[in-house]
Write a protein that binds this ligand. Structure first.
Ligand code: FES
Length: 137
């Protein structure tokens, strides 16, 4: 699996998302409460740009009249027909076995491990030959 550097941490604060294309695949990376999740930006229903939809929560009920609202900001609702998917897993709540969006692992790595550094200026070999300083270009 190839690694792709997609943003500096400062560019993707909690609650935001970034759209990109990696190897021809449309992907969105979300920062959900300081953790990062990648999701294919294509709805399995009819192909809408799923990740452009609103972030919502999950309403569940154990008993009639009792509604628990959880996972606030962790569910994406497709902008075309409203299908909902868990950003952490790509799971659909309407039919988890048949409909799932491809999820991609995303995480933070120290800058030094993904960007070659420290930065260096171009160096030019210098040597002394019989009392003359010689620069080689
Ligand atoms: S295309 Fe996403 S719900 Fe229809």
């Amino acid at each position: 699996m190839a690694r792709h550097v997609i943003a500096a941490v400062d560019e993707l604060p909690p609650g935001t998302r970034k759209f990109l294309e990696i190897d021809g695949r449309p992907i969105a990376v979300f920062n959900i409460k300081g953790k990062y999740f990648g999701l294919m930006n294509r709805c399995p229903h009819q192909g809408a740009a799923l990740c452009e939809g609103p972030l919502i929560g999950l309403a569940q009920s154990k008993d009639p009249g009792e509604i628990e609202y959880t996972k606030i900001g962790e569910i994406i609702r497709c902008p075309w027909h409203g299908w909902e998917f868990d950003i952490r897993t790509g799971q659909s709540y309407c039919d988890p076995r048949r409909f799932r969006v491809k999820a991609y692992p995303a995480h933070v790595e120290p800058g030094a491990s993904v960007v070659k550094g420290p930065y260096v200026a171009e160096t030019i070999p210098v040597k002394v030959e019989s009392d003359y300083v010689v620069v080689e270009l």
